[in-house]
Design a protein around this ligand. Structure first.
Ligand SMILES: *[C@@H]1O[C@H](CO)[C@@H](O)[C@H](O)[C@H]1NC(C)=O
Ligand SMILES: *[C@@H]1O[C@H](CO)[C@@H](O)[C@H](O)[C@H]1NC(C)=O
Ligand SMILES: *[C@@H]1O[C@H](CO)[C@@H](O)[C@H](O)[C@H]1NC(C)=O
Length: 401
């Protein structure tokens, strides 16, 4: 049944007509919708060069506090702009606010926020290092631990120094919530800087995820392959490049581009089917094999823990033979909002309950999307994301100045 649906989708994609948004990257999307894209290159303390896209609105002269929008695993800054074909030109001047508000990046910029779209190491926009190139194995030796230790704090520091602000709003999706929970658990300082932290499809421990990832994690051979290979994973130079010339250019090209739907699950009621190819085209945007291994480790351990390098190396790195967990009980931030859907394969009730038990501070809000079957990607791509997600975010941000 599942497989049949999947292939029907692909056939549908093949016959669906060409969409002008199909091939657009983040900077193109911004320009085409009437904004200016300011590219910032943020150098992390361990030598990665990350690209952040700042949205500059043509009419708003005095922007407010900075707000960071952080994408999830295998994804990119494009997530927050691509849902509906509208931005400033179609939205702000009143043609169709409904469509415009579906894209969180444009919606917040239209309302005077200083929007920063960050990209994690290894994705399409952040594939540079002062010393290594993506062809070097060393380039890919990291997991979300390094995003927590470097990407996130270094990006925040950069943005605060450019804008002269002392606090920043943060909206993360999926892995983008995991890294922030990790940062808040390990660094007291950021608990006073990040206000509010809005977690879309919050993920910390992943012991109960549904989706094929679960079965992959159990497979020793899969883990062995990832470790031995140790390079970039999907959307980089491995599977995609090999398949590119073969499958991806054949009449079956849709098959290669939307494998991600198998991972996240379908929710057809909110999915704009005519736009499926647009959503999928730039996905997956790439990560490291080690990062995927780290997820597999946490699926098996059912905890939110750091990467296991083996007893000897753990001792050097962590001061103990066993890799430590992220201590969510250390979080002191009282401006955390959870937003969750009840059909989210990657944010399951048992994992969420674990997070809530560990948190010692009250949540600002624990919000369930009041619509049946809301899934992991609906936060970004639902036809009513503007109404059910973005409006809520706008209301929350309005309480902070
Ligand atoms: C759905 O996708 C089509 C094709 O890209 C687009 O014209 C339409 O406006 C989209 N609808 C919404 C609600 O985004
Ligand atoms: C705006 O777009 C939405 C979704 O496609 C549609 O339902 C609505 O009628 C449109 N409004 C106007 C004023 O065109
Ligand atoms: C930030 O502050 C510095 C000095 O305190 C000033 O030179 C700079 O123009 C300010 N930048 C912004 C964007 O306000």
């Amino acid at each position: 049944m599942f497989v049949t649906t999947y292939f029907l989708f692909n056939i549908f994609l093949l016959v669906s007509s060409y969409d002008p948004d199909f091939n657009l990257k983040t900077p193109d999307l911004l320009r085409l919708r009437g904004f200016t894209c300011e590219d910032h290159h943020i150098r992390t303390r361990d030598g990665f060069i990350l690209t952040a896209h700042r949205i500059v609105h043509p009419l708003v002269k005095r922007v407010g506090r900075p707000v960071i929008l952080q994408h999830g695993l295998l994804s990119s800054s494009r997530d927050f702009l691509i849902n509906s074909p509208a931005g400033y030109l179609d939205g702000y001047i009143g043609k169709n606010m409904t469509l415009s508000s579906n894209n969180l990046g444009f919606e917040l910029a239209n309302r005077g926020h200083d929007v920063w779209l960050t990209n994690t190491r290894g994705n399409t926009y952040s594939r540079a290092h002062v010393q290594y190139t993506p062809n070097d194995k060393q380039f890919w030796r990291w997991t979300f631990d390094e995003m927590i230790a470097y990407d996130l704090p270094d990006s925040i520091n950069y943005i605060l120094s450019v804008t002269n602000h002392t606090t920043v709003g943060y909206i993360g999706h999926s892995q983008g919530t995991m890294t922030m929970f990790g940062l808040l658990a390990t660094s007291k300082m950021y608990n006073d800087i990040v206000k509010p932290f809005i977690a879309l499809a919050p993920v910390t421990s992943v012991g109960h995820v549904k989706s094929p990832i679960r079965y992959l994690a159990k497979l020793r051979t899969a883990r062995w392959l990832l470790r031995t290979y140790g390079g970039g994973f999907l959307g980089t130079n491995w599977i995609i490049k090999t398949l590119n010339s073969a499958i991806c250019r054949s009449p079956f090209k849709a098959v290669c581009s939307n494998a991600l739907f198998m991972l996240f699950g379908f929710h057809q009621a909110q999915m704009n089917i005519t736009r499926l190819a647009v959503y999928n085209h730039k996905m997956p945007a790439g990560t490291s094999s080690y990062n995927i291994l780290h997820y597999a480790q946490n699926v098996n351990s059912k905890t939110f823990e750091t990467y296991d390098y083996g007893a000897k190396e753990n001792l050097l790195k962590y001061g103990s033979k066993v890799q430590p967990e992220y201590a969510l009980s250390q979080i002191t931030n009282r401006d955390i909002v959870l937003m969750r859907g009840d059909n989210d394969w990657l944010c399951q009730p048992k994992d969420l309950a674990r997070l809530k038990i560990q948190l010692q501070v009250p949540l600002l809000e624990d919000y369930r999307i009041p619509l049946k079957d809301w899934n992991h990607m609906d936060f970004l791509w639902a036809m009513e994301a503007g109404r059910y997600v973005n409006k809520k975010i706008v209301d929350i941000l309005d309480r902070y100045h």
